[in-house]
Design a protein around this ligand. Structure first.
Ligand SMILES: Cc1cc2nc3c(=O)[nH]c(=O)nc-3n(C[C@H](O)[C@H](O)[C@H](O)COP(=O)(O)OP(=O)(O)OC[C@H]3O[C@@H](n4cnc5c(N)ncnc54)[C@H](O)[C@@H]3O)c2cc1C
Length: 380
């Protein structure tokens, strides 16, 4: 199950999957049947995560092959990704608190934590998923739910450390889907509604590969938190006429250079120090397609300034950088560059600006809009 971080490999995987995105996906998506986690699912997440292929490309390919009704479940799953991105964008304090909790906790010194991340808990399925996560950088969605539930309710470890463990190892590591996936299991996203992993459910959906009878928590009381996460309403920035600029491409959107405008004078790719192996490869593939230099290091503002000077411009353009480590790093960069007279603008994708205003409450609110959104996106 290699995850080759090129656009070509992503398109090839999409091509192989398309015919299975209807009933086969609907019936089989909850089964984690093989040791590698392959089953009815697409395993497109690393490419989607870094926008080496886009949500609209995936939806278009699937809806060219299936009716909306046939592909309904798969289409909804793709919208879950946009929902979580939009929700975190409008609740950035969730990310801030998560990071602070990881920095402050001392639980990673505990024996329970060390045993869990070493995959030596004695809970066979959990230890298996732990090894798979570290070896393959991928877990089936159901395995992610079971793993998070066992981590929180059986092993009684802080959810934030589990989320950080996932972020470190997943090839599709995403600040929104991951943080909010963990919070959803813990009962913090849909307040009071938790996810309890049970032996029966694991045995059924792994087709008997695992059956942890007697080893798991019998109840999942919702976690609570003191913070009230205020909504910061999303408003898409006004489109401005493009000035001659340096295009900065980050691991957040590797398709940012696919419609290169004549006013682009140069391209620089920047990688966060935390970038996964997949993210590094994805950005390298992007620059190989468009040209441009790559910078991986801590001093983004100096790298951007040098590239802008070479391109003879003071205007920097990037794709919108959503909440996460890249946005955190870019906040400092922006300050340093604007102080030196640089002008920085961000371009948001139509897909994001359409979806995100609907991602304020639960998924259901956005789900009701899917038919309209597909029409507006010319996919309906
Ligand atoms: C605790 C936990 C942590 C998670 N962490 C991440 C993460 O870091 N990065 C990540 O991309 N996904 C994450 N997910 C969501 C989901 O597990 C993966 O997107 C999915 O397993 C990827 O496999 P796939 O591409 O075969 O999915 P498919 O079932 O083929 O779905 C197609 C696409 O839809 C999107 N999608 C599907 N299910 C979800 C979901 N529940 N939430 C959001 N998007 C979804 C993904 O982009 C996926 O590639 C997490 C879920 C949980 C429960």
């Amino acid at each position: 199950m290699p995850f080759d971080p090129t656009r070509e490999a992503g398109l090839a995987r999409l091509n192989c999957f398309v015919s299975k995105a209807g009933k086969a996906y609907q019936d089989g998506r909850n089964y984690d049947v093989s040791p590698e986690g392959i089953g009815a699912v697409s395993q497109l997440s690393p490419w989607l995560r870094h926008r080496l292929i886009s949500e609209t490309e995936v939806l278009r390919a699937v809806l060219n092959h299936h009716s909306k009704r046939e592909a309904e479940v798969f289409v909804q799953e793709v919208f879950w990704r946009g929902y979580f991105k939009g929700w975190l964008e409008q609740h950035p304090s969730v990310w801030k608190h998560y990071k602070a909790a990881v920095a402050q906790t001392t639980a990673h010194n505990s024996k329970a934590y060390r045993t869990a991340v070493a995959g030596q808990t004695g809970i066979e399925c959990f230890d298996h998923w732990c090894a798979a996560l570290k070896n393959d950088g991928y877990l089936h969605n159901h395995a992610r739910m079971w793993f998070a539930s066992i981590w929180i309710f059986t092993l009684r470890l802080p959810w934030e450390l589990g989320a950080a463990f996932f972020l470190k190892h997943l090839q599709d590591a995403d600040p929104a889907s991951n943080t909010l996936g963990w919070r959803w299991v813990a009962g913090l996203h849909t307040k009071g509604k938790t996810y309890l992993a049970t032996a029966d459910n694991i045995a059924k959906f792994t087709q008997g590969r695992f059956n942890p009878v007697g080893g798991l928590a019998q109840a999942a009381p919702p976690l609570e938190e003191l913070e009230l996460h205020a909504t910061v309403p999303f408003s898409a920035p006004q489109a401005e006429p493009e000035k001659p600029h340096l295009l900065v491409i980050t691991e957040e959107d590797c398709l940012a250079g696919d419609t290169l405008s004549p006013s682009c004078l140069g391209i620089l790719g920047i990688l966060s120090p935390e970038a996964s192996r997949f993210a590094q490869g994805a950005l390298r593939d992007t620059l190989a397609r468009h040209g441009g230099q790559l910078y991986q290091g801590h001093n983004w503002s100096a790298a951007i300034e040098t590239a802008a000077q070479q391109a003879k411009t003071k205007h920097i353009l990037t794709a919108h950088i959503p909440v996460g480590p890249v946005a955190d790093g870019f906040a400092h960069t922006r300050k340093a560059l604007t102080a030196k007279g640089y002008e920085i603008s961000h371009k948001i994708r139509a897909y994001d600006s359409l979806l995100w205003p609907h991602a304020t409450k639960g998924f259901f609110k956005l789900k009701k809009q899917i038919p309209t959104l597909l029409e507006v996106l010319d996919l309906g």
